[in-house]
Design a protein around this ligand. Structure first.
Ligand code: AMP
Length: 118
């Protein structure tokens, strides 16, 4: 794949771009979002760049999706008392900007009724 087709997350996984990494194993990396939308805002990213969004991931590898949710829970336990909002933006109209599947883990005192705030 040409360099300019690789997503920013693929480049973080390859160690080419620095990130504030909070979790790393064979299947996933997690790091702090560079533009946090909550007191705790982490991104959990499968290392494979095969899937553009959660729908593709769920269809092709549900075990990997389940593993991602497990990592999200572990990180929420460590960073925000175990309670969290899990967001997968899917498609540009939903706000997705990086087309390498990832989950946003938001926590640390979210208000009710803020889901979908513009
Ligand atoms: P999405 O809009 O769902 O595709 O999410 C992409 C997220 O990646 C956004 O919340 C960005 O702030 C975040 N992001 C983009 N580049 C970086 C980076 N180099 N390090 C950490 N987070 C990033």
């Amino acid at each position: 794949m040409a360099d300019d087709e690789r997503s920013v997350f693929t480049r973080i996984i390859a160690g080419e771009i620095p990130a504030d990494v909070v979790y790393d194993d064979e299947r996933f990396i997690a790091f702090r979002d560079i533009n946090p939308q909550a007191p705790v805002h982490l991104l959990v990213v499968p290392k494979t760049s095969e899937y553009r969004n959660v729908t593709e991931l769920a269809a092709a590898d549900p075990a990997l999706l389940a593993g991602l949710v497990g990592v999200a829970q572990q990180l929420a336990d460590e960073h925000c008392g175990g309670e969290f909002r899990l967001i997968f933006n899917t498609g540009a109209a939903s706000g997705q900007t990086v087309f390498h599947v990832h989950a946003h883990v938001l926590g640390g005192g979210l208000e009710e009724g803020t889901l979908g705030r513009r």
